[in-house]
Design a binder for this molecule. Structure first.
Ligand SMILES: Cc1cc2nc3c(=O)[nH]c(=O)nc-3n(C[C@H](O)[C@H](O)[C@H](O)COP(=O)(O)OP(=O)(O)OC[C@H]3O[C@@H](n4cnc5c(N)ncnc54)[C@H](O)[C@@H]3O)c2cc1C
Length: 388
């Protein structure tokens, strides 16, 4: 049965995913800056959406295909093998959608999930504040009860994509007197609310991946409170598990050209092996660690006894995969020499510039979704059961 499904997926991908898209897909050798034709992107999205494959594991009523864990895994494997890019990405699909499936009311699911599956609504994450990053439960953004709605005042920082987003899922303090983990609620509101001000934070490279958001009497309807008032911390943690799981998804980051191919291309070899013995050992170790990580992630998926929902083990994978991606990038740059540190200019190919950018960006992934140190704390306490 599963093999039939695999064959069906292969045939379908061959019929529906164009060559221009495959050149941009996972593990592809294409020029990372080349844009596939717009029509190809639209056709690919529409075909996936029609099959429920923008959110394949979600129930059909919310736009999914109701695939089980094994089928979803096969779909992922075949899409990776075909270099087919994900038709839909973002916090809707990876974070708030799965969280609403578990904790949302029927009305919340019916309102929000289909619009995520269709790509109509983009979401951003209002967690971090200037004084609450790793110590997230210290957040100070207040929500005051006004009957059937809350009025929200405060600010959030490092909000990725807030300037493009339609809705925010946000952690707010609803009981300032309660112990810090117990006075937090999880609410949803529209970014069109007149009380929301979004200021992009311009980075040194000139781009702006995140924003600071200010809230002046922003209105969030009580019907958009997820879970119970003052019990938002549990939901916040579950969403972080989904976030960490997506950051560390196999094939997610650190793909591209193999380190051995880079060594060959940049003539770092002697007698068929990498000339520098330290670098050779490091490349071998990285390749073995990547293989071991992939197998361990696969085993964890197969052994997941919590019905497919992520657990604290996501911290382990988030920590290991982002640190490994960083090691891999460092090794790439060492193999490429000065060609690995080009920002622009004709003397650097598009692929070289993409490697430099990923090397720099990859470091951010060891911070986003909770820093590596914070993951180690969670692993110590929640996975290994060590004392506080
Ligand atoms: C690319 C990217 C995207 C992001 N997108 C979003 C977003 O969309 N929404 C959002 O809300 N936030 C977002 N963030 C923010 C992110 O969640 C925080 O940066 C992160 O939680 C760390 O918080 P901080 O920056 O305040 O650092 P701090 O908490 O000040 O930490 C500073 C350093 O101290 C270490 N440290 C802190 N506490 C401990 C401890 N107890 N034990 C050991 N070491 C510790 C940390 O590991 C870190 O190295 C994003 C961050 C990045 C890099």
């Amino acid at each position: 049965m599963l093999e039939e499904f695999r064959e069906e997926v292969r045939v379908w991908l061959a019929d529906n995913c164009s060559e221009s898209l495959k050149r941009q897909g996972p593990g592809s050798e294409g020029d990372a800056r080349e844009r596939p034709a717009r029509d190809d992107v639209t056709r690919w999205f529409d075909a996936c959406y029609e099959r429920g494959w923008t959110v394949p594991g979600w129930p059909r009523e919310y736009g999914g295909a109701a695939l089980n864990g094994e089928e979803s895994q096969i779909l992922r494997e075949e899409m990776n093998a075909a270099h087919a890019p994900a038709p839909l990405v973002g916090m809707g699909v990876t974070m708030i959608g799965p969280t609403l499936l578990e904790y949302g009311t029927d009305a919340q699911k019916a309102e929000h999930l289909p619009r995520i599956a269709s790509g109509e609504v983009r979401w951003c994450q209002g967690y971090s504040e200037p004084g609450a990053g790793s110590d997230l439960a210290s957040l100070q953004t207040r929500a005051e009860d006004h009957g059937d709605y809350y009025l929200i005042n405060g600010s959030k920082i490092w909000t990725s994509g807030a300037d493009q987003a339609d809705w925010m899922f946000c952690l707010v303090r609803t009981d300032p007197k309660a112990p810090k983990h117990e006075g937090i609620s999880f609410v949803l509101f529209s970014m069109d609310d007149p009380g929301v001000t979004v200021k992009p934070i311009v980075l040194i490279a000139g781009s702006s991946a995140f924003c600071q958001c200010f809230f002046d009497d922003v209105k969030a309807l009580k019907s958009n409170l997820v879970g119970q008032e003052n019990r938002g911390w549990t939901i916040a943690k579950r969403l972080l598990q989904h976030e960490r799981s997506s950051i560390s998804s196999p094939g997610g980051f650190g793909g591209g050209e193999s380190l051995v191919e880079l060594a060959l291309r940049y003539s770092q070899t002697a007698g068929g092996t990498i000339a520098d013995s330290d670098l050779r050992r490091e490349v071998a170790a990285i390749n073995m660690d990547a293989k071991a990580l992939g197998l361990t992630q696969r085993r964890a998926t197969e052994e997941n006894h919590s019905g497919g929902t992520p657990t604290f083990v996501t911290s382990l994978f988030k920590y290991y995969s982002t640190e490994l991606a960083t090691r891999r990038s460092e090794a790439s740059i060492r193999l490429m020499g000065t060609q690995g540190v080009g920002w622009d200019g004709a003397e650097f190919s598009a692929r070289e510039q993409a490697t430099t950018r990923f090397w720099l960006f990859g470091k951010a992934l060891t911070i986003a979704g909770g820093s590596s140190e914070v993951q180690l704390n969670i692993i110590a306490k929640r996975v290994l059961g060590l004392p506080d």
